[in-house]
Design a protein around this ligand. Structure first.
Ligand SMILES: [Zn+2]
Ligand SMILES: [Zn+2]
Length: 346
């Protein structure tokens, strides 16, 4: 079968047409025919093997791809929750559901967590075998191409859930208008934020953010200039979704005293913070989020999509066959939002 494989701990990936199709699923597993898989910024890091890509500690060789949806074509022994023909979206955080963290309701940071497409064969392929516990059964009303975007939009929803605060009437800053940043902006507006300002260097992405109703501005190194875009003495909440080192100081500086900083993007290097100034004197609360809550993030997101409140289709800008993976990576660092790979396409 066709697949995008990461074979070596170095820059590069391989498109192959002779990857062995997974056989019958094992105990507790399901086999899925992948209908659509979406390319993520982290796939660019992994393909190019940047420090951020290396930080995922890949288990090679591996078939890449961790955002996607498909149809169940076979179920292994002991699987009672899925039957052949079910439509599913895949959770990329494969939890054990047995460790202490899983028991605490933190399956997304399971102590024995493996990540789809990084540690186990993922979704940039015609078929994939995954634990049934890593699949989410979809309602018929959600097309599979749209469902491929539930994983990344779930990252955005979880980041908002992690603040523990309602965004109604809040002034929200989002640094980085990649897909996750754009989803955060969209969901913040849905949640009733009074103003959503997106910082992004790429003009096409700024226009995209504005077409969705946000205010979009280019990055600035001038302290205070970004804060002025809040229209008050600072933003109530800032979401850092770019991973770029310059975004962190700019975002923290733009938050009002007592506001909240949420780390979502993955950078290539550790960040340094003046704790006395920002945490003590200004009382800024710093939190981070990773993955999605199982399964509350998924349930909430699917409700929003089912009821027509969140239009995932609006974020799909390109559809490509697996053979054009390199083109997808190139698009992702330029004028694009979500790029889908369609394994059945030539
Ligand atoms: Zn991703
Ligand atoms: Zn666990």
């Amino acid at each position: 079968m066709k697949a995008i494989r990461k074979l070596r701990h170095e820059s590069g990936t391989d498109f192959v047409t002779d990857a062995p199709e997974p056989g019958r699923p094992g105990v507790g597993q399901i086999k899925v025919r992948v209908a659509a898989a979406s390319v993520c910024g982290s796939d660019v890091s992994v393909a190019r093997y940047t420090p951020a890509g290396q930080s995922f500690k890949l288990d090679l060789p591996v078939t890449m791809g961790h955002e996607g949806a498909g149809i169940v074509v076979d179920v292994g022994e002991g699987v009672t929750t899925f039957t052949i023909g079910d439509h599913v979206a895949l959770e990329s955080h494969i939890a054990c559901f047995e460790c202490y963290q899983c028991g605490m309701g933190n399956a997304h940071i399971c102590e024995r967590m493996r990540l789809l497409g990084l540690h186990v064969d993922g979704l940039f392929a015609e078929f994939c075998t995954v634990p049934a516990r890593a699949a989410y059964k979809l309602p018929d009303s959600i097309p599979l191409e749209h469902a491929a975007l539930l994983e990344p939009s779930g990252v955005a929803l979880h980041a908002i859930q992690a603040t523990g605060e309602p965004l109604l009437g809040q002034r929200v800053l989002v640094t980085g208008a990649g897909p996750v940043g754009l989803f955060i902006a969209e969901l913040a507006m849905l949640a009733g934020a009074a103003r959503v300002v997106v910082v992004e260097p790429n003009e096409w992405r700024r226009e995209f953010a504005e077409s969705r109703g946000a205010v979009a501005v280019p990055p600035t190194s001038e302290a205070g200039r970004l804060r002025a875009h809040s229209g008050r003495s600072g933003f109530d909440v800032a979401f850092e979704a770019s991973g770029h080192p310059s975004s962190f100081p700019a975002a923290v500086e733009a938050i009002r005293g007592g506001g909240t900083y949420v780390s979502v993007g993955f950078g290539d290097a550790p960040l340094v913070i003046d704790a006395g100034e920002y945490l003590n004197r200004r009382g800024i609360r710093m939190i981070g989020s990773f993955g999605r809550l199982l399964w509350s993030t998924w349930n909430t997101l699917v409700s929003l999509v089912e009821e027509g409140r969140l239009d995932l289709a609006a974020f799909i800008t390109h559809r490509l066959p697996l053979s054009e993976f390199d083109q997808a990576l190139w698009l992702l660092s330029g004028d694009a939002c979500k790029v889908l790979l369609i394994p059945s396409a030539d």
